[in-house]
Ligand binder design. Structure first.
Ligand code: HEC
Length: 132
C-alpha cells in the first residue's frame, strides 16, 4: 500500500517535471533573440544618453547557425537578412555620436524586416524599440 502510494507519487512528480521541461525548452535561436532583445533595451538607453555602444554584437554571429523552433522559420531569405542585420550592428558599433540615433533605428528596422518575413509575433514590441 505504502509502496503503491510512493510509486504513484513519484510518477506524478515525474510527469510534472516532464511537462515543465517541455514547456521551458526553447530553441537556440529563440534564446539568442531573447538576449538580443534585452541588449537592445539597454542600448536604447545608451543611445538616448548619447553614449557610444561598445562591441555588443560579438555573440550575434550565432544567428546563422542557431537552430530555430521550426525549420521554416529559417527560410531562403534568412541568411541574407541575418548578414544585413550583422552589418548594421557593426555600423552602430562604429558610429559617431552624431549618427547614433539613426544607426540605432536602422538596426531596429533590420530586426523588423526579418520578422515581417519569418516571425511576425514580436513586431509590435520591436516597433516600440525605435527612438523618435
Ligand atoms: C534574420 C532574421 C531575424 C533578425 C535579423 C532578427 N530576428 Fe528575431 N526572430 C527571428 C526568428 C526566425 C524568430 C523565431 C525563433 C524560433 O522560433 O526559433 C525570432 C524570434 C524573436 C523573438 C521571440 C523569442 C522568443 O521565442 O521568445 C524576439 C523577442 C526577437 N526575435 C527579437 C529580435 C530583435 C530585438 C532583433 C534585432 C535586434 C531581431 N529579433 C532580429 C528572426 C530574426
Amino acid at each position: 500500500m505504502k509502496l503503491t502510494r510512493l510509486l504513484l507519487g513519484s510518477l506524478a512528480g515525474f510527469s510534472v517535471l516532464l511537462v515543465l521541461t517541455a514547456w521551458q525548452s526553447e530553441s537556440e535561436l529563440s534564446k539568442l533573440m531573447r538576449n538580443m532583445s534585452n541588449d537592445m533595451k539597454r542600448i536604447r538607453v545608451k543611445v538616448q544618453e548619447g553614449q557610444k555602444i561598445p562591441q555588443f554584437y560579438k555573440k550575434y554571429d550565432k544567428i546563422h547557425t542557431a537552430k530555430p523552433s521550426v525549420d521554416s522559420k529559417k527560410g531562403e531569405e534568412f541568411p541574407e537578412m541575418a548578414t544585413a542585420f550583422l552589418k548594421q550592428c557593426e555600423r552602430l558599433g562604429s558610429s559617431d555620436k552624431s549618427q547614433l540615433r539613426i544607426e540605432y533605428n536602422n538596426l531596429v528596422q533590420s530586426c523588423i524586416r526579418c520578422h515581417e518575413k519569418y516571425c511576425p509575433g514580436p513586431i509590435t514590441m520591436l516597433k516600440r524599440l525605435k527612438l523618435p
